[in-house]
Ligand binder design. Structure first.
Ligand code: 5GP
Ligand code: ZN
Length: 137
């Protein structure tokens, strides 16, 4: 898809703090992190949402999701992992390219997740966290 931000990130036409990639998937840090370690898993091919993504691809994606969750947990010494995925504008999906959110959680992080406004993160900090997660793979 020509004007899709995530297609461009997958094709390296836009920069991102990349955590992992293979033939089918790419993982990179969210540019407006809800909390430390917030990252996104996407298929490299463009599919808008859960309604249109092929089942075979989704099967492979969930295996990478499990590996990523373990890598973040190990790399960041997290206590838990919040994973979510929005489909359609009504559900709050801002980027119409299927993606899964990962947010490590700690017992005492006092984070309240609800509706939020995007707030730009500090890129040096985000890049440093990407390196921490990579160690867990
Ligand atoms: P959605 O609401 O569609 O589930 O989430 C889209 C996510 O993509 C948001 O958390 C937003 O911060 C993130 N995002 C939007 N544009 C960019 C970008 O250019 N680079 C990165 N790394 N993340 C982005
Ligand atoms: Zn796309």
């Amino acid at each position: 898809m020509e004007d899709c931000i995530f297609c461009k990130i997958a094709a390296q036409q836009l920069p991102s703090a990349k955590v992992y990639e293979d033939e089918q998937f790419s993982v990179f840090m969210d540019i407006n992190p809800v909390g430390k370690g917030h990252c996104l898993l996407i298929p490299k091919t463009h599919h808008e949402d859960v309604f249109t993504i092929p089942e075979d691809l989704l099967r492979d994606l969930i295996v990478v999701a499990k590996r990523l969750a373990k890598a973040i947990k190990t790399g960041m010494n997290a206590d838990g992992m919040y994973i979510w995925q929005a489909n359609g504008r009504a559900a709050g999906q801002l980027i119409p390219h299927y993606h899964m959110h990962f947010l490590p959680r700690w017992e005492d992080d006092k984070l309240t997740i609800g509706s939020w406004e995007p707030v730009a993160g500090n890129m040096d900090e985000i890049q440093a966290v990407a390196e921490e997660i990579k160690k867990g793979f």
